[in-house]
Write a protein that binds this ligand. Structure first.
Ligand code: MN
Length: 329
């Protein structure tokens, strides 16, 4: 279909490029590097060739989230957002922005989100999982009390928050020891991000801020397949769940989450997601440049769903969620 909108679509600054190198084989790196640095040329040609009208762009991972010095994280996020705003301004009909946020400093993140939405016209935020913070041992997740003020500001800003994956820190990745192929998109990204999302649901965050909307990529990081069991547990024991939230976790999943197709181009998986969360809460995305636009678009354009659902998932759900002007994008 023409007019598709994608919202997990990345770029890099020269200084964040190496974050995407990871365990990427040397033979692949020149191609990925070129894809990450390009915005206006090859990317646009591919969008034209495969019926993508608009990309909401975001910085690569983990980038800001791995900068342990809060002042440096604040500075990097602000410069990345300014650069993205300049690129979006060249083709606002084809590109819009999602803010990078320095969650090492929750108050600065609230201010940066407000600046990005009000002054730069960004449509939301995309954050690469937990933050590393100098002086704090281990990963810092956003269900912690220190983020109460940030979430209030995010709800007030009335824009979605995309929780994007990153790999666990080495001390939390021992289950993968000796199996580096399990890191990244194979498995570790999904596990890491799904647990973070469950922590948010269980924390009571959405009781306090019922209009907050969180987006998960990769068809929900495995959660649609698991939500029933997460709430059912050992139902015969008739014990109340030992978490602060007031409701079953699936209630928050259904009311406060959207999923995208990024990097998960599989009809069977999307049908499961549609049965769990509904086609109103699924959005097309590619995960360019880590996946191919043609792989995403060719699959989506032909997959066996109704044409009404294809239009919603491919375009109109994103228009509504991000308040994109009708007719323009
Ligand atoms: Mn991605």
């Amino acid at each position: 279909m023409d007019g598709k909108i994608g919202l997990e679509e990345h770029f890099a600054l020269e200084e964040t490029l190496q974050d995407s190198k990871g365990q990427m084989p040397d033979v692949i790196w020149p191609e990925l590097r070129e894809r990450l640095l390009d915005i206006q040329e090859r990317r646009l040609r591919l969008m034209d060739a495969h019926g993508m009208e608009l990309m909401l762009l975001s910085l690569n991972a983990p980038a800001v989230q791995s900068v342990a010095d809060p002042a440096r994280a604040v500075d990097l996020a602000s410069r990345a957002n300014d650069y993205l705003a300049e690129e979006v301004a060249k083709r606002p009909d084809r590109f819009q922005g999602l803010a990078a946020l320095p969650l090492q400093d929750p108050d600065a993140s609230a201010r940066e989100l407000e600046r990005c939405v009000r002054d730069l016209g960004f449509r939301g935020a995309l954050v690469n999982g937990f933050s590393e913070i100098a002086g704090v041992d281990g990963p810092v997740y956003y269900d912690l009390p220190r983020y109460a003020g940030f979430w209030a500001a995010a709800e007030a800003a009335d824009v979605p928050f995309y929780l994007h994956p990153r790999n666990p820190l080495p001390q939390d990745a021992r289950i993968y020891a000796g199996h580096p192929w399990l890191m990244g998109p194979t498995w570790a990204f999904g596990q890491e991000t799904a647990v973070h999302a469950l922590r948010l649901m269980a924390s009571g965050l959405f009781d306090r801020h019922p209009s907050l909307q969180i987006i998960l990529g990769h068809m929900g990081e495995g959660l649609p397949y698991s939500m029933w069991r997460i709430d059912n547990r050992n139902a015969w024991m008739k014990l109340k769940p030992a978490y602060p939230a007031e409701k079953p976790l699936a209630d928050y999943f259904h009311a406060n989450f959207y999923l995208t197709t990024s990097g998960n181009f599989r009809t069977q998986t999307m049908i499961d997601a549609m049965l769990e969360i509904g086609s109103d809460r699924i959005l097309f995305s590619t995960d360019w440049p880590f996946e191919n636009i043609d792989h995403a678009a060719d699959w989506f354009d032909a997959c066996s769903i109704s044409e009404a659902d294809r239009v919603k998932i491919g375009r109109t759900n994103a228009q509504k969620l991000f308040k994109l002007d009708a007719g323009k994008a």
